[in-house]
Design a protein around this ligand. Sequence first.
Ligand code: FES
Length: 97
Amino acid sequence: MLELKTRKMTTSVETDTGLTILDHALKHNVEWGFSCTRGTCARCRCYIAAGRELLAAPTEAEEDRLEPEELEQGYRLACQCVVKQNGDIAVTHKPYF
Ligand code: FES
């Protein structure tokens, strides 16, 4: 399962491998702030509280947009971050503002 947490709500959805975190949010009508979908605006930024090992490695866009420390701490861009394997993942929307 994938737990999606925003300021307004927490929703659990089935994981679909190959889809990004943002794809999951949109598919299940979760209001998840985003804008560019290309990894540049960071509006979709999120914190992976659990299941980091089930996600594909950060994309080049994430490496460019996020600080190395952020990636290390578990911050990702939801529009870039692909679910690689089924399992329990928990993600909190954490835009800069
Ligand atoms: S939507 Fe712009 S970085 Fe993800």
